[in-house]
Write a protein that binds this ligand. Structure first.
Ligand SMILES: [Mg+2]
Length: 118
């Protein structure tokens, strides 16, 4: 695991273990939790138009709400990777490479079309 991420993961595990929450952290529960936290992130923009959402990022309180839900997602993703035995940062690096092959610049530039339709 990438050094700074590894340090953070250890903090997360220490927090979890001090509370004996590890027993709840099955892969199923962790993956479900990502969905729940993604819902909470969506809640931060519910009923807002694009302009209001962009302005929310400039507002200390509203940005903090977005920040907190992103952090929850990050923590659960780290716990999933830890539980499943992979390096989340390396997985991101690998996936970016896959995406680069799926979306060559000459075909994908300025386009929102999915790779199988390019
Ligand atoms: Mg949350």
């Amino acid at each position: 695991v990438t050094k700074s991420v590894e340090v953070f993961l250890q903090q997360v595990l220490k927090f979890r273990d001090a509370r004996e929450w590890g027993k709840f952290h099955t892969l199923r529960n962790l993956i479900i939790s990502v969905g729940i936290e993604a819902g909470e992130l969506l809640e931060t923009i519910q009923w807002k138009d694009d302009e209001q959402i962009e302005r929310a990022a400039l507002d200390v309180e509203q940005r903090a709400a977005i920040e907190h839900e992103c952090a929850d997602l990050f923590i659960y993703l780290l716990l999933i990777a830890h539980r499943a035995g992979f390096d989340l940062v390396q997985a991101g690096i690998d996936k970016l490479q896959i995406n680069a092959q799926r979306y060559p610049v000459e075909k994908a530039k300025g386009s929102a079309v999915k790779y199988n339709k390019l």
